[in-house]
Design a protein around this ligand. Structure first.
Ligand code: DGL
Length: 262
């Protein structure tokens, strides 16, 4: 069984890619919406949440866990790998490399949470892959809450996106790294505001390929296919709506799929 977690519904942007590649596996998704957002919380608190969730997933039978959250990866991935050595962990990091190799203007924007942009992992990634380009970083304050409340196309979403992305484009950025797994759900609104003038870079497809490789490598494939979506918060309705909208054919394939509050 494969576990996937995030501070909330954002990780579904990663999970839908994993599911697209491997629809026949068994999965549990956990949205830690009661503790969302993680973005400006201390790393110790996020590590504590990531550990509790991982223990729940391991007890439920998961042998692979995807931290579908850049902020949780930045805070906790080393801790998780060290403390649960029998579990295969996959983490996220902002897709700086593909943005830096594909930019034509030599300027890239990175939109992420405070926790991600302040983390060592991100700084190592910058040092490795972004030495030849200019990077404009912006904290997407308030965007996670917008996605969690199902208001991705609202006026508030548009005004915050203008505030964060406008200056990046004015500085010359032609690629914007979506460095938080909630942000791909705002891609439609970004397109509405800026058309194709800027390329959006989302690491989710690459993470899904990595998961597929690791499932084969560690022989983790499950005999049956099953899907369970859990939330620690009060947003089971929004979670369920987002699952139906983003996992095409889910009801036909999994008439039994469940969204539960844990
Ligand atoms: N989806 C999380 C990430 O990728 C959101 C962080 C938050 O809860 O602030 O960073």
């Amino acid at each position: 069984m494969i576990g996937v977690f995030d501070s909330g519904v954002g990780g579904l942007s990663v999970f839908r890619e994993i599911y697209r590649l491997m629809p026949a596996e068994e999965y549990i998704y956990i949205a830690d919406s009661a503790h969302c957002p993680y973005g400006s919380k201390p790393a110790s608190e996020i590590t504590e949440r990531a550990a509790r969730i991982s223990e729940y997933l391991i007890r439920s039978g998961c042998r692979m866990i995807v931290a579908a959250c850049n902020t949780a990866t930045a805070a906790a991935i080393s801790y998780l790998r060290k403390n649960y050595p029998d579990t295969v962990f996959v983490g996220m990091e902002p897709a700086v490399k593909p943005a830096a190799t594909s930019t034509e203007s030599g300027v890239i924007g990175v939109l992420a949470t405070k926790g991600t942009l302040c983390g060592e992992l991100y700084h190592n990634t910058l040092a490795r892959f972004a030495s030849g380009v200019s990077v404009v970083e912006t904290i997407g304050e308030g965007l996670v809450e917008i996605v969690e409340s199902g208001q991705c196309s609202s006026e508030k979403a548009e005004s915050l996106l203008r505030k964060y992305i406008g200056p990046m484009i004015d500085t010359g950025a032609d690629k914007i790294v979506l460095g938080c797994t909630h942000y791909p759900f705002l891609a439609g609104t970004i397109r509405k505001l800026y058309g194709d003038s800027v390329g959006l870079v989302d690491p989710a497809p690459a993470i899904a390929s990595r998961c597929e490789y690791l499932v084969r490598e560690h022989s983790l494939s499950s005999p049956g296919s099953r899907l369970m979506f859990c939330t620690t918060g009060r947003n089971a309705g929004i979670l369920e709506d987002m699952v139906r909208a983003n996992f095409s054919g889910i009801e036909a394939r999994h008439p039994e799929f469940k969204t539960i509050v844990i």
